[in-house]
Design a protein around this ligand. Structure first.
Ligand code: CA
Length: 418
């Protein structure tokens, strides 16, 4: 279930008031862009790159000008691109549903004239996109939401019939529910399994891979996972693509023994219900006293903040709400119906989220996947930045926040008046 900080920011742009601590800037999107933003990135030169679910890539060299800026549609015709990595204004990589694609603008007119397949060994929602220090691409795949059946139209890779079990979210195609690595030459290497829908993927400043996974079957609450090669993180459907696979796991006790714990659990409702990519604060204090901490956008109009520490090679930590718009567990539970995952979206109601053909009369757009973005909420996207006033850190380690930001009373959030 893809949920993205970019979408979240789009929601924030119209749903939160600016205060004296953090300012909200609304950045109107250009006319002609379908505003279903599914990923954002910046080039090293500072251009903003936006991908949307209908399959377009847009670029502007001056995002502060909003819709009046020099937007250019860089590419189109992609299949639900969810991850984007921009190496320059001429070379952009996207994870779309069937493949990792390199988009090149060779003649410099601002429009990609070459689409290259880097790897297409899977076919499912694909999240990311990051590169490690060796230049490998890092991405993750979700499990299809097919309620126990297989849609033969979806898999591009051959189905292994003996590996398809009746599961709420199966892994019928190769490496669905995995974190993956693709070399610059296009060779796919599986990293770790057990993900339900690892729709957020990020790298720590030290280059360590983290993903967020989504609450649902086998994943009791959403998680932030420190991904280590060969490990298994909870959802059994993906196990069938391990080399040592010997059939379905016999018991929950066996499954629990196989499972590596997450770094941080994000309590369902209290801290969202569908996290996106983890982003480390490396601003050196420009965004407040949170240097080194992790920010995670959530589909329930929440940005949470995670304090991590590494002990004996493993990460642990604590999560705090950073910015929210009053959507909690009660709202999520009250609006979850049978056979559908229902997501609070907007102040005035709900939209159903189902991977089935649209019913007549539904306000959702046709297609095999729909997100509950409302046009009014998605016509802009926003960014938040620290304004002039200081913020004190109320996380577990007040000491770590540094002297300048140190609160007299750890455990409560307040603004210094200085
Ligand atoms: Ca061109």
């Amino acid at each position: 279930m893809p949920r993205f900080l970019s979408i979240l920011l789009a929601l924030f742009a119209v749903s939160l008031r600016a205060d004296n601590t953090y300012e909200i800037e609304e950045i109107p999107l250009p006319e002609g862009m379908v505003p279903e933003i599914s990923g954002v990135a910046f080039t090293p030169q500072g251009s903003l790159v936006v991908v949307n679910r209908p399959g377009e890539v847009w670029l502007t060299s001056d995002p502060a000008k909003g819709a009046k800026g020099p937007w250019q549609r860089f590419a189109f015709g992609l299949h639900e691109p969810l991850g984007v990595l921009a190496l320059s204004e001429n070379e952009i990589y996207v994870t779309q549903r069937p493949e990792l694609t390199r988009l090149l603008d060779n003649d410099g007119d601002g429009v990609a004239d070459r689409y290259e397949t880097v790897n297409d060994d899977w076919h499912e929602f694909t999240f990311g996109l990051r590169r490690d220090r060796e230049g490998n691409f890092l991405l993750s795949t979700g499990l299809p939401d097919v309620a126990g059946s297989i849609n033969p139209l979806h898999p591009r890779v051959p189905l292994s019939e003996e590996k398809v079990h009746r599961e709420a979210k199966p892994s019928p195609g190769l490496y669905e529910g995995w974190a993956l690595k693709v070399s610059p030459q296009g060779r796919l290497t599986p990293i770790a399994s057990g993900f339900r829908a690892a729709s957020g993927l990020g790298l720590s400043p030290e280059g360590e891979l983290f993903v967020t996974d989504q609450q649902g079957d086998y994943i009791a609450t959403s998680t932030l996972v420190y991904v280590q090669p060969g490990r298994f993180y909870g959802h059994p459907a993906s196990l069938k693509w391990r080399e040592d696979y010997a059939g379905p796991v016999e018991s929950l006790e066996t499954l629990a023994a196989m499972r590596s714990p997450e770094a941080v659990a994000l309590p369902h409702g209290a801290l969202g219900g569908s996290p996106g990519e983890p982003i480390w604060d490396t601003t050196g204090g420009k965004f407040g006293p949170f240097e080194g901490q992790v920010f995670i956008g959530d589909f329930t109009k929440l940005i949470s903040r995670v304090f991590l520490e590494k002990v004996a090679g493993e990460y642990q930590g604590a999560a705090f709400p950073f910015l929210r718009d009053a959507v909690g567990l009660e709202a999520i539970q009250a609006n979850s119906g049978a056979n559908s995952l229902t997501i609070p979206a907007g102040k005035d109601g709900l939209k159903h989220f189902r991977d089935v053909p649209p019913r007549s009369g539904t306000p959702l757009r046709p297609g095999n996947m729909r997100w509950p973005s409302r046009p009014t909420a998605a016509s802009t996207w926003g960014r938040r930045r620290a304004a002039g006033e200081r913020v004190t850190d109320s996380s577990a380690s007040c000491e770590a926040a540094g002297r300048r930001w140190k609160s007299k009373r750890c455990g409560s959030r307040r603004r210094d008046s200085a």
